[in-house]
Design a protein around this ligand. Structure first.
Ligand code: CUA
Length: 374
């Protein structure tokens, strides 16, 4: 004698022998468990983000709930609306489910027969069709308005224009109007009340798809080969904002970090003037300079004001002005620079720069020369 739930399940499956009932219920309960784990993980991440925003310090944290720039602020407001609507739906649905489970649970003395089956109720079916449509419609309107607001923003006079090119696995950063080329650290001025200076970015890729994401400043935008995307940021608070490539782009995707250095306007102007200088030719580290130009470093790297005009690797003209090496992997210290020049593959396996098999003396000399690139 089958229990009534089994009768219903078997009917749903059309033929009683199609799948073992046990296998079916096990699959359903596994799926349910996975779904609950997923929902709890999502809620955990959201709660952690909210707690972090409320109690944590706001610098150096890549938290979408702690925006410090437009358009991240606008995106947060929209996402809070979506989260709130979803939370209400979740509470109502989960509440009704729990109520039904408790109120109509199997009790001793219940008859083991099928309860009355109700097929079709126009009111109920209309309600659960129309309500979701209305909710989705409101969400579509709000989201489209936010997207349009962000995408239609035109650069005001004085806006900083930069081009960011994604490479496996580093970021090339150009300021065509300012004549600056650098890597991995995007400098922009902070917008102040009387001097609005958003930065407008053109995003390109030299190889595969990457994605530019600095959570506290803006949403993600992909860098696609043979296509130019655009985005803008308008941070108001000086500081260093961390980001990451957000599109899997190969083995070292996780080590393709980006830093956005937001500076007070006069500090930014000073940085621009420094970067515009070609490298000063020093008599220091003459052997290192010779070794650098004798090896194939020049095929890949540019040092403005010298014959090194390679394009495959980062511009090294002002290497020492950067905080980090290898796209944010290690701090730019003499020791790390030494390790990097000795064998880049030990720090970033698979990167395009090979171990040049140089002698210890050559490595020391080249590092000494690189340290003059201020
Ligand atoms: Cu570039 Cu992931």
């Amino acid at each position: 004698m089958m229990r009534w739930e089994e009768v219903v399940l078997a009917r749903t499956l059309k033929s009683e022998g199609a799948i073992g009932l046990k296998a079916f219920t096990t699959t359903v309960s596994c799926l349910l468990r996975a779904l609950i784990t997923y929902a709890l993980t999502c809620m955990g991440i959201i709660c952690f983000g909210l707690v972090e925003t409320t109690f944590g310090k706001d610098e150096g944290v890549t938290n979408i709930f702690g925006p410090l720039s437009q358009p991240a602020q606008e995106i947060k407001e929209t996402s809070f609306l979506v989260l709130a609507v979803c939370a209400v739906i979740f509470i109502v649905v989960a509440g009704l489910l729990v109520y039904a489970l408790v109120r109509f649970r199997h009790r001793a003395g219940d008859e083991a027969t099928e309860p009355p089956q109700i097929y079709g109720s126009n009111q109920i079916e209309l309600a659960w069709t129309v309500m979701p449509i209305l909710i989705v419609f409101v969400l579509i309107l709000v989201t489209s308005r936010t997207i349009a607001d962000i995408q239609n923003r035109k650069p005001p006079p004085g806006a900083v224009q930069a081009t960011v090119v994604g490479h496996q696995w580093w970021w090339e950063i150009r300021y065509p109007e300012l004549g600056i080329v650098t890597a991995n650290e995007l400098h922009v001025p902070a917008s102040t009340g009387d001097r609005r200076q958003p930065a407008f970015l053109k995003l390109q890729s030299a190889d595969v798809a990457h994605s530019f994401w600095v959570p506290q400043l803006a949403g993600k935008t992909d860098l696609i080969p043979n296509k130019e995307n655009r985005m803008w940021i308008e941070p108001t608070k000086p500081g260093t904002y961390l980001g990451n490539c957000a599109e899997y782009c190969g083995t070292q995707h996780a080590r393709m970090l980006i830093r956005v250095v937001v500076q007070a306007p006069d500090e930014f102007d000073r940085w621009v003037r420094d970067q515009q200088q070609a490298t000063s030719v020093t008599t220091n580290a003459a052997e290192g300079r010779k070794a650098f130009f004798a090896n194939s470093c020049v095929n890949c790297h540019t040092i403005r004001g010298t014959s090194a005009q390679g394009k495959f690797g980062p511009d090294l003209t002002h290497l020492m002005s950067r905080e980090m090496l290898a796209a944010g992997v290690v701090p730019n210290t003499p020791d790390n620079l030494h390790l990097w020049v000795r064998d880049p593959q030990r720090i970033k396996l698979g990167c395009l720069m090979p171990n040049m098999q140089m002698t210890d003396t050559e490595v020391d000399q080249i590092v000494a020369y690189l340290q003059t690139l201020k």
